[in-house]
Design a protein. Structure first.
Length: 359
C-alpha cells in the first residue's frame, strides 16, 4: 500500500494520510482582511488533505503585504475564520493557520496610516508590490528598534491565541520566501549590529523568539515552521544558507514542535538530507512534487509527509485522485489572486468532471 495513505502523527494529531495542502495566498478576503463564505467553501472542499495549511495570514496590520489578504487581528476576522474552521471540521479535516508577516515586502498604501513597511534593516528590496493601484516599486523599509521587535513577537503571540480561538488546530510560522522572519535570518537583508544581526546566532534570534511565543500560547505540539533555504524570491539573499539553516534547525530541537516544513525550489544543496536528521520531530517536504516524487521521498524515509501547492489548488479531491491514479486538473495562474469563485471554488472533483456537472 502507498505510504501516502498511511496515518502519521503530527504534534497532537494523527493525520489520516500524508498529503498536506500547502499554504497559498489567494487574495479572496475583503479590504478589512475578513475572509467570507467563499473562503470557507474553498477550504472545506479540500478537507480530504491529511492537514490543510492556510494561506498566509497577517498577525497584525503592519504585517500585511498583498491586497485582499486576510488577517487575524480584529474581532470580525476571528469570527469569520471560525466559520472556515467549522466548515473544515464538519468535513473531518484539520487546519493550521499560517502566520505571515511580510515585513519589507509590502507598501505604504496597504499599511495603517500609510506607514513605511518595517524590516530588520532599512534595505530596499528590488521588485514591485501588487497594490490596489497596480504594481509599484518597493520602498525603503524602516528598521525595527529593539523595543519594536519585542512588540512584533507579542503580535505573533496574540495572533496565535486568536487563531486558536477561531478554531484552528494549530499555527505555522511562515519563515520562508523572503518575508519578515526570513529577512532576519538572511545576511543580505539583515545588517543589524545589535543582538538581532551579525552572527548566525543573532540572525536566528527573532525566529526563535517568535516560535517560543507561539509555543507558549499553543504548546509545541500545535506549532510548526516553514522555511525555504536558498529561495531568492523577494530579493532575499543569504551568504551561507547551509550554516544559517543548520543552526536554526538545531535550535528548534527541544521546542517540541509539531513539524518542520521545508520547501525547496531549485536549491543546489540537498537541504532535506542536511536538515531532517537535525530535527527531532515530523518532517514535511514540499516544492514541485508530483505523486511519484512524494512516494519516493516517503519510501526513502526522507520525509514524514508531502506538501502539495498548485495541485491542491486545482484539485479539491487530490487525495482521491491520487488513490485512483486519476488525471489532474491544471492550475490556472491567471486566477490565483483574482476575486471571486472563478479559479477558486469551481475546480471540479473527479465525480463532477465525469458527470459533466461542474459548478
Ligand atoms: C498561488 C500560490 C500562493 C502561495 N502563497 C503562499 C503563502 O501564502 N505562504 C507560503 O508559505 N507559501 C505560499 N506559496 C508556496 C506554496 O506553499 C508551495 O511552497 C509552492 O507552491 C510549492 O509547491 P507546489 O510546487 O506543490 O505548488 C504559494 C504558492 C502558490 C501557487
Amino acid at each position: 500500500m502507498s505510504r501516502l495513505f498511511t496515518p502519521v502523527h503530527v504534534g497532537r494529531y494523527t493525520l489520516p494520510n500524508r498529503l498536506v495542502m500547502a499554504p497559498m495566498t489567494r487574495s479572496r478576503a475583503d479590504d478589512a482582511g475578513v475572509p467570507g463564505d467563499l473562503v470557507a467553501a474553498y477550504y472545506a472542499q479540500r478537507a480530504g488533505a491529511g492537514l490543510i495549511l492556510s494561506e498566509g495570514v497577517y498577525p497584525s496590520a503592519m504585517g500585511k503585504g498583498y491586497v485582499r489578504t486576510p488577517g487575524v487581528e480584529t474581532e470580525a476576522q476571528v469570527t469569520a475564520w471560525k466559520q472556515v474552521t467549522d466548515a473544515v471540521h464538519a468535513r473531518g479535516g484539520l487546519i493550521f493557520m499560517q502566520l505571515m508577516h511580510c515585513g519589507r515586502i509590502s507598501h505604504p498604501s496597504m499599511l495603517p496610516g500609510g506607514a513605511e513597511p518595517v524590516a530588520p534593516s532599512a534595505i530596499r528590496p528590488k521588485g514591485q508590490s501588487f497594490t490596489s493601484s497596480g504594481l509599484q516599486d518597493f520602498v525603503t523599509p524602516r528598521a525595527l528598534t529593539i523595543a519594536e521587535i519585542a512588540g512584533v513577537v507579542q503580535d505573533y503571540r496574540l495572533a496565535t491565541r486568536r487563531a486558536l480561538a477561531a478554531g484552528f488546530d494549530g499555527v505555522e510560522l511562515h519563515g520562508a520566501t523572503g518575508y519578515l522572519p526570513a529577512q532576519f535570518l538572511s545576511s543580505g537583508s539583515n545588517q543589524r549590529q545589535d543582538a538581532y544581526g551579525g552572527s548566525v546566532e543573532n540572525r536566528a534570534r527573532f525566529v526563535l523568539e517568535v516560535l517560543s511565543a507561539m509555543v507558549a500560547e499553543a504548546g509545541g505540539d500545535r506549532v510548526g515552521i516553514k522555511v525555504s533555504p536558498e529561495m531568492s524570491y523577494n530579493d532575499i539573499f543569504d551568504a551561507d544558507p547551509q550554516e544559517t539553516y543548520t543552526h536554526l534547525v538545531e535550535k528548534l530541537r527541544g521546542l517540541g514542535l509539531a513539524y518542520l516544513h521545508v520547501a525547496l525550489f531549485g536549491a543546489r544543496v540537498d537541504y532535506h538530507a542536511l536538515l531532517r536528521p537535525r530535527f527531532d520531530g515530523p518532517y514535511l517536504l514540499g516544492g514541485g512534487l508530483d505523486q511519484a516524487a512524494a512516494e519516493a521521498h516517503l519510501e526513502g524515509g526522507r520525509a514524514d509527509a508531502a506538501v502539495f501547492g498548485s495541485a491542491f489548488l486545482a484539485n479539491p479531491d487530490l487525495p482521491d485522485r491520487f488513490r485512483r491514479g486519476a488525471p489532474l486538473n491544471t492550475a490556472d495562474r491567471a486566477t490565483f489572486y483574482t476575486p471571486g469563485a472563478r479559479g477558486y471554488t469551481d475546480y471540479p472533483t473527479l465525480r463532477e468532471a465525469r458527470q459533466g456537472d461542474a459548478p
